[in-house]
Design a protein around this ligand. Structure first.
Ligand code: AMP
Length: 174
C-alpha cells in the first residue's frame, strides 16, 4: 500500500480539539484491516533491520493503538507511559512544557532494565515535546533509546529538532 493510499485512510478533522488545529484521526486507519496491518508492518520493517528491540514504549493514549502490535511484531515487550496517577506501583515522572503550562508523564520505576534497547512509539509527531520527554524518562530508567517511531509527522512543526541524536522515523509526512 502506498503512502498516499494510507493517507486516504486518515481522516483530517479541522478545528479539533480547538480552532486552528487540523486533527489527524487515525481511527479510520485502525479499522481498515489492510491499512492497520500495513502500517504496523511498515513501521516494524524499519526497526527489524536495526539493533534488536527489547521493549516498545507506547505513549498514552493513541500510542497504545500501535505500540503493542509493534512489540508483538518485533518479539519485544510492551511498556505504557501514562498520565499522572494512573500507574499503581512506584513511578518515575517527567515534567515537560506545553504551549501553556506544563504536563507530566509517568512510567513504573522498574519498567525497563538498565541497558535495554527501547523503541518509543506514538501516533503523531507534532512539536516533539511529548516524545523528547519520554526519551528522557526512558534514559532516567537506564534504557537506551533505539529509536522513536511515528505513523504521522507534522514536518512544519519541526519536532525532529527536539529529537536530535535519536533515530526518528515516520511513515507519513504532512
Ligand atoms: P507534541 O508533543 O506537540 O509532539 O504532540 C504530540 C502528541 O499530541 C501526540 O501524542 C499526538 O497524539 C498529539 N497530537 C498533536 N497534534 C496532533 C494533531 N494535529 N492531530 C492528532 N494528534 C495530535
Amino acid at each position: 500500500m502506498s503512502a498516499n493510499a494510507l493517507k486516504q485512510l486518515i481522516r483530517e478533522v479541522p478545528d479539533f480539539p480547538k480552532p486552528g488545529i487540523n486533527f489527524y484521526d487515525i481511527t479510520t486507519l485502525l479499522k481498515d484491516k489492510r491499512g492497520f496491518r500495513e502500517t504496523v508492518d511498515a513501521l516494524g520493517e524499519h526497526y527489524r533491520k536495526a539493533a534488536p528491540v527489547d521493549i516498545v514504549v507506547g505513549i498514552e493514549a493513541r500510542g497504545y493503538f500501535f505500540a503493542p502490535a509493534m512489540a508483538h511484531a518485533l518479539g519485544a515487550g510492551f511498556v505504557p507511559v501514562r498520565k499522572p496517577k494512573k500507574l499503581p506501583y512506584t513511578v518515575r515522572s517527567i515534567e515537560y512544557a506545553l504551549e501553556y503550562g506544563t504536563d507530566q508523564l509517568e512510567m513504573h520505576a522498574d519498567a525497563i532494565e538498565p541497558g535495554q534497547n527501547v523503541l518509543i512509539i506514538d501516533d503523531v509527531l507534532a512539536t516533539g515535546g511529548t516524545a523528547s520527554a519520554v526519551a528522557r524518562l526512558v534514559e532516567l530508567l537506564g534504557g537506551k533509546v533505539a529509536g522513536l517511531g511515528f505513523v504521522i509527522e507534522l514536518t512544519f512543526l519541526k519536532g525532529r529538532e527536539k529529537l536530535q541524536g535519536y533515530d526518528v522515523f515516520s511513515l507519513l509526512q504532512y
